[in-house]
Design a protein around this ligand. Structure first.
Ligand SMILES: CC(C)(COP(=O)(O)OP(=O)(O)OC[C@H]1O[C@@H](n2cnc3c(N)ncnc32)[C@H](O)[C@@H]1O)[C@@H](O)C(=O)NCCC(=O)NCCS
Ligand SMILES: Nc1ncnc2c1ncn2[C@@H]1O[C@H](COP(=O)(O)OP(=O)(O)OP(=O)(O)O)[C@@H](O)[C@H]1O
Length: 199
């Protein structure tokens, strides 16, 4: 049996990863969403909550991890973020391997991984797709989110490989600074291209 072609989808904060991943999924490509995995493992009864509570006392409750409060603790404190990542990332990696074996017969699968370059995940994928929009569009989108501040946004940006570098390292770039329809058309055109390149 041939192995599925693995697409690694990434992009900086607010660039449109989740939106573009949903477009791939609607086109029939199974999607592994790293952020969604984290949210599930940090939700009510989540498997990571006990370890996170131990490392960050008071950071969880019946609703699971208090994300905004934990974000305030770790975004701005590299050591604290490192401790959180050491709890979260191995669990995400394990789930990704399970997803891969569960979809071993798919022609193509997509990993939506915000920190693909930062964590070296790009080495395990067949095609890297970066979602990107002009910086002013990104800023406007992110600052419109509840609980977001200029300071938090700048700090998160400083933790991520810059958009310009991501674009350079991409096999394909999807522009999300345009309408959703135009982005959708780019996704529809890209799928057969990746199939032809990797198949
Ligand atoms: C600290 C947490 C609880 C805050 O949750 P919250 O819902 O407020 O923010 P959210 O997860 O949507 O992240 C906001 C933005 O920051 C980015 N981000 C999150 N964690 C990191 C990180 N470790 N390094 C760089 N960017 C990050 C996200 O990709 C997103 O663009 C959460 O981000 C978390 O658990 N982060 C650590 C796990 C992680 O690295 N997740 C991202 C990749 S799987
Ligand atoms: N052409 C477009 N393509 C993608 N998203 C768009 C487009 N036009 C507007 N948007 C909006 O931009 C936002 C992008 O958010 P999305 O959650 O997809 O980004 P993300 O990269 O997954 O964010 P994060 O890094 O914070 O998890 C959505 O609200 C989406 O509706």
């Amino acid at each position: 049996m041939t192995k599925p072609t693995i697409i690694g989808l990434t992009g900086s904060i607010g660039m449109g990863k989740s939106t573009v991943a949903a477009m791939f999924e609607a086109a029939g490509v199974p999607v592994f969403d790293a952020d969604a995995e984290v949210r599930a493992m940090q939700g009510p009864g989540g498997s990571l909550n006990a370890a996170i509570e131990e490392a960050f006392p008071g950071s969880t409750g019946p609703e699971g991890v208090k994300r905004e409060a934990l974000g305030k603790l770790v975004f701005g404190d590299k050591e604290a973020l490192g401790r959180l990542e050491a709890i979260v990332h191995p669990a995400v990696g394990k789930n990704r391997m399970k997803f891969l074996s569960d979809h071993a017969d798919a022609a193509m699968i997509l990993f939506d991984i915000p920190l693909l370059f930062e964590r070296g995940g790009h080495e395990g994928v067949d095609a890297i797709v970066v979602v990107s929009a002009p910086a002013d569009v990104q800023r406007e989108r992110v600052l419109a989110r509840a609980g977001m501040t200029e300071e938090k946004f700048e700090h998160i940006l400083s933790l991520q490989v810059p958009d310009s570098e991501k674009r350079e390292r991409a096999d394909y770039v999807i522009d999300t600074g345009t309408s959703l329809e135009e982005t959708q058309a780019q996704v529809a055109a890209l799928i057969p291209k990746i199939a032809a390149r990797c198949g």
